[in-house]
Design a protein. Sequence first.
Length: 262
Amino acid sequence: MLFNLKKKLSRNCDKKSCRKKNSDFFVPPNPTSNTASGTCFDRLHQKEKQEFLDLISHTCDTLPPQGEAVLDLFICTEGHVTPEYLHDTLVKQGRNIPLATINEVLDLLCRYGIAQKVILNGTGPWYEHLHLGSRHDHLVCTKCGKVIEFEDDTLNNFIDKLAGEQQFLPLAHKLNIAGVCPECQQGGERILPLSMTSKGERVKIISFEGGATLKERLNSMGLSVGQVVEVLNNSGPFIVNARNTRIALGKGLAQKVMVSIV
């Protein structure tokens, strides 16, 4: 059954364009304000901030020192963000806030229903707004890492109908569709880290991002440039089928193996 996916929300995160210190690929999301301080004046976001502050005051939770700057930046930034992105953005604003503080604020936001943590195509965690009444899903490009949020009433109604037929009460759903975006379909061979591939894909190893020691290590594991492998699992350790042998790689090592989709 085909659905007309109405992309009411289309905030893209192209992780291929910028390498962060933790080897994640990321393009900054769209802020709702261009003010240097990160303070925004959108009513929805101001309402969410005030609701959060009211909630933690009633439960005796508190923001850590410098936590309000992190709160303001997250509240005013739509899209999928990492703690490292928030840290780097705050540094550019002249605020060197520890990563531990940023993670503490994000955990609070998730606990109080302002944000949610998501894993997309085996990468993350990413954090996004949890707007009340919003039911959106994700299209994830396995070649460039782009994430497109979409909301479709037909799809939501169909899921509710399926649950009803099974006498099941649906509370929430999250749909991530892995595929290839229009730009990547039109381009030639696209090279990406093994860590950004999807379960079931067959990929060709193009290069290893490291020195001779890394190459020797991967060769000793049974991986070599030019080899075609199948991705068996992309959550937790990366498991690939190389010449009918299962090989496990940690996330950091999988990010150093550059591949193209076969």
